[in-house]
Design a protein around this ligand. Structure first.
Ligand SMILES: CC(C)(COP(=O)(O)OP(=O)(O)OC[C@H]1O[C@@H](n2cnc3c(N)ncnc32)[C@H](O)[C@@H]1OP(=O)(O)O)[C@@H](O)C(=O)NCCC(=O)NCCS
Length: 193
């Protein structure tokens, strides 16, 4: 039986992927991938003291689910659940803007063999469309991206975001405003059939 962990019923799709509400059982799949240090470091910025478990991932996931739309990323061709992404209302005071609807978007494709195939870009394009056109947000702000995370930096740039700031510990804040999104919309492939 399906659970209602994510607390939403939004189903989206791109050419090769489905985004469906995240289920509690998905954390059991995620746990093994979080044992990989390259994936873990990319996700967390710096390695945590103890490797995440399904339980600890569930605790963090519950907070994200309460703060937005937590999705599992499913590869259509294989039917496999290959990652997670959250369209999350901005929860850090420093990145909020008075009178604006601001969101962030933590994303992880668990299986390294699937990196660099354009899946990340498909997911982000799809969720940007949902965020700006359905939720009518004012600004998307992926924050705390390590300058050393070349894939992530390339992903946000490829999706039309720009660097809005860099912290002393070499973390980048990316952003795109509604007017920037509308201006560049034609460069986004139509991902939602
Ligand atoms: C970051 C992540 C989501 C990107 O997803 P992806 O499917 O690998 O990315 P894509 O294949 O869509 O590539 C996005 C862009 O990065 C570029 N890119 C891909 N691999 C790259 C690499 N090793 N170095 C530099 N750029 C790279 C691509 O060319 C593409 O740009 P383009 O569309 O202009 O050609 C994925 O790699 C991942 O889950 N990494 C581990 C977790 C993580 O880092 N999450 C983000 C934390 S802030």
């Amino acid at each position: 039986m399906q659970d209602h962990f994510a607390g939403h019923q939004v189903h989206l799709q791109t050419a090769r992927l489905q985004l469906r509400p995240f289920r509690e059982a998905d954390f059991e799949i995620a746990e093994a991938y979080y044992r990989d240090s390259e994936f873990l470091n990319a996700m967390e910025g710096e390695p945590p003291a103890d490797p995440p478990t399904a339980d600890s991932l569930t605790r963090v996931g519950r907070i994200m689910a309460e703060q937005g739309f937590l999705f599992a990323i499913v590869e259509k061709a294989s039917g496999r659940t290959i990652g997670e992404v959250c369209l999350q209302w901005m929860n850090l005071d420093r990145a909020k803007i008075p009178d604006e609807k601001v969101m962030r978007m933590p994303i992880g494709i668990w299986d390294k063999s699937l990196w660099g195939r354009g899946y990340g870009r498909e997911v982000v394009c799809c969720l940007m469309e949902y965020a700006f056109e359905v939720l009518e947000i004012d600004r998307l702000r992926p924050i705390d991206v390590s300058v050393n995370n070349a894939r992530s930096v390339a992903l946000w740039r490829a999706c039309g975001l720009r660097i809005a700031g860099e912290s002393s510990d070499r973390k980048l804040d990316f952003e795109i405003t509604r007017s920037e999104y509308v201006r560049q919309r034609p460069i986004h492939p139509n991902q939602n059939p």
